[in-house]
Design a protein around this ligand. Structure first.
Ligand code: PGA
Length: 250
C-alpha cells in the first residue's frame, strides 16, 4: 500500500515573513497522524525559515529545483548537497514551468534526478503534455518520452512521479478523474516494465488545479497517490483540506 504524498509547490510566491506564517500555521494544524506524507516546497529564500517553522511537526521540507553538479561556478544554482544541508528531504524536478521558461530538457531532468538521489533526496519528477499535444492525441507518447529520457539509467527507490497536464496548471481546468487515471495507469504500467515489482512502491501524484473540491474524486482513482499542489498550497485551510482529501477511502 502506497502512502499518499502531497507536496505544496509555492513557486515564486511570498516574502520570508509570509512563508513563516504559512508554514507555522500548517505546522500547528497538521496533527501527528502520519498517514499522508506532506512536504512544503518554498522558494529558496524561505527554505531556512520554513525549516525552523516546521521543526517538530511531521511536515517535510522540499525544494523546487536543483543543479546536478555538487558545487562550482554555476551562478544562481543550488546543489543537492546544499538542499540536504538546508534541511530538505525532497525536490521537484522537471516542472513544466522549468521546461517551458528555463530550457529544462529530459536530459537535464535525468542529471538532476541522479544527483538528487545520490545525495539522499526523494525526487518528484514531473511529466505532462501541453494542450496542443493532448488535442493531437499524443499525450501518452509525450509522457513516455519524458519518462524514458528523464529516468534513463536511474533507479526507483527515491522516486515519485507527478503527472501534471500543462493545460491544467494554474488554469482552474482540472483533468477529470478518468483522464488523470488513464495517464497514471499508463505511467504505472511503464514503470512496471522498467522496474518490475519495485515500481509498485513509486508514488504517482496528480498536479494541475488541485483544490479541496476535486481532491476526493482524484484520490479515489487507483493509481493516484496524492497531489502536487500549486495555488491551493498557499493557504493553510485549502492545503490542509487537500491533505485530508488525499487519503484513500475504501
Ligand atoms: P496549480 O499548480 O495547482 O496552481 O495548478 C500545480 C503545479 O504547477 O505544480
Amino acid at each position: 500500500m502506497r502512502k499518499p504524498f502531497v507536496a505544496g509547490n509555492w513557486k515564486m510566491h511570498g516574502t520570508v515573513r509570509e512563508a513563516a506564517e504559512l508554514a507555522g500555521g500548517l505546522a500547528a494544524q497538521i496533527g501527528h497522524v502520519d498517514n499522508v506524507d506532506v512536504a512544503l516546497c518554498p522558494p529558496y529564500t524561505a527554505i531556512g525559515t520554513v525549516r525552523d517553522a516546521i521543526r517538530g511537526s511531521r511536515l517535510r521540507l522540499g525544494a523546487q529545483d536543483l543543479h546536478w553538479e555538487k558545487s562550482g561556478a554555476y551562478t544562481g544554482e543550488v546543489s543537492a548537497g546544499m538542499l540536504i544541508d538546508a534541511g530538505c528531504s525532497c525536490v521537484i524536478i522537471g516542472h513544466s514551468e522549468r521546461r517551458q521558461f528555463f530550457g529544462e530538457t529530459d536530459d537535464s531532468v535525468n542529471r538532476k534526478l541522479k544527483a538528487a538521489v545520490a545525495a539522499g533526496l526523494e525526487a518528484i519528477v514531473c511529466v505532462g503534455e501541453t494542450l496542443v499535444e493532448r488535442e493531437a492525441g499524443s499525450t501518452l507518447a509525450v509522457v513516455e518520452r519524458q519518462l524514458a529520457g528523464g529516468l534513463e539509467g536511474a533507479g526507483c527507490d527515491q522516486l515519485a512521479i507527478a503527472y501534471e497536464p500543462v493545460w491544467a496548471i494554474g488554469t482552474g481546468k482540472v483533468a477529470t478523474p478518468d483522464q488523470a487515471q488513464e495517464v497514471h495507469g499508463f505511467i504505472r504500467a511503464w514503470l512496471g516494465r522498467k522496474y518490475g515489482h519495485a515500481a509498485d512502491c513509486v508514488r504517482i501524484l496528480y498536479g494541475g488545479s488541485v483544490k479541496p473540491d476535486n481532491i476526493l474524486s482524484l484520490s479515489a482513482q487507483p493509481d493516484i497517490d496524492g497531489a502536487l499542489v500549486g495555488g491551493a498550497s498557499l493557504k493553510v485551510d485549502s492545503f490542509l483540506d487537500i491533505v485530508g482529501g488525499s487519503l484513500k477511502r475504501e
